[in-house]
Ligand binder design. Structure first.
Ligand code: SIN
Length: 314
């Protein structure tokens, strides 16, 4: 029997677990439509703010042999543009699950205002609150501040009744996995997305003796092969600490079917692709699906659920 990539996520059925990572190939309606017509199981909008933003000065994204470094600074077309897109999608595809909707306010109040607008709208999909953008000068990554994270979630769940997930930055210490998991377990979260880029790396062009991106004197978020072990560790750490009702989306270093298999083995249900989608374009999803199926068939797995989370310890 051929292996099936069908994935159940929050009571919805998806053809496969693959999505774009918010930020890549999802800024314009044209790019979003390309994802809609790709082999991805679902897709997500660029994290939006209330008003449109230019983001940081270019060059602000650079592909490097082992991945990427970026400091985009949340360029986006503004909340209403993406709300309009997902509502239009719902109208045209009443049977389908609409795309995920990502928001990233610049302050606690802006995050709450954005969530209120979603709550009050006709949107019936899944919202991702991005608490982890490392690239806005002067704004630290929200989810490294445990108290603020708690405050946002407490206030958000006073009125937000639709499915809500959070995009987290990578954590690097068991103490931080424990603290964050304890906080997250207090809320009716639908999922956590591990991980955003590893913030504030520095890549150097030896010929020019210079950095490769302009914002923040070259400091930017790392993605791609560099980050896979950290991503897997975060998926595993939260999978083993969170209430089972909180699902995990695995993001970071997914370039091949094997990377996808490893994320699922650590406990991820859906998978997001950033750096490699940027490099390869929307056709990547067909390839990843084919490679993941080949691995499953070789190992004798018919479905993803047969191995999800079942990583062996020694
Ligand atoms: C950016 O726009 O700077 C990237 C978004 C993110 O890392 O959350």
């Amino acid at each position: 029997m051929p292996a099936s990539l069908k994935t159940e996520f929050l009571g919805q059925s998806f053809e496969n677990p693959f999505m774009n990572a918010s930020g890549v190939h999802c800024m314009s309606k044209r790019e979003l439509d390309e994802l809609k017509n790709s082999g991805a199981g679902s897709y997500i909008t660029k994290s939006s703010t209330t008003l449109s933003r230019e983001g940081n000065p270019a060059p602000r994204y650079h592909s490097v042999p082992l991945g990427s470094i970026n400091s985009m600074g949340l360029p986006n077309e503004g909340f209403d543009y993406y709300l309009d897109y997902v509502l239009q999608y719902q109208k045209e595809n009443p049977e389908n699950v609409p795309p995920f909707f990502s928001v990233a306010g610049m302050s606690l109040n802006e995050n709450l205002e954005l969530l209120k607008k979603i709550q009050d709208s006709e949107y019936r999909g899944i919202t991702e609150l991005n608490l982890s953008c490392p690239n806005v000068p002067g704004k630290p990554q929200v989810a490294y501040d445990f108290e603020i994270t708690k405050e946002i979630l407490t206030k958000a769940f006073e009125f937000f009744k639709k499915p809500l997930g959070v995009k987290l930055p990578p954590y690097f210490d068991f103490a931080h996995f424990d603290i964050m998991a304890k906080i997250l377990n207090e809320y009716p979260l639908a999922y956590v997305n591990c991980i955003n880029s590893i913030g504030n790396g520095l890549y150097i062009d030896i010929e020019r003796e210079a950095v490769v991106i302009k914002p923040k004197d070259g400091f930017g978020g790392l993605g791609g092969e560099y980050v896979k072990p950290t991503a897997l560790a975060n998926v595993r750490a939260f999978y083993t600490r969170l209430n089972p009702s909180i699902r995990i989306i695995g993001t970071g270093g997914i370039r091949t079917g094997q990377d996808a298999f490893e994320h699922i083995l650590c406990g991820a249900t859906m998978l997001q692709v950033g750096t490699e989608l940027y490099k390869e374009g929307a056709s990547i999803f067909e390839r990843l699906g084919k490679e993941l199926k080949e691995i499953m068939e070789k190992k004798g797995y018919n479905s993803i659920e047969e191995f999800r989370g079942k990583l062996n310890n020694l």
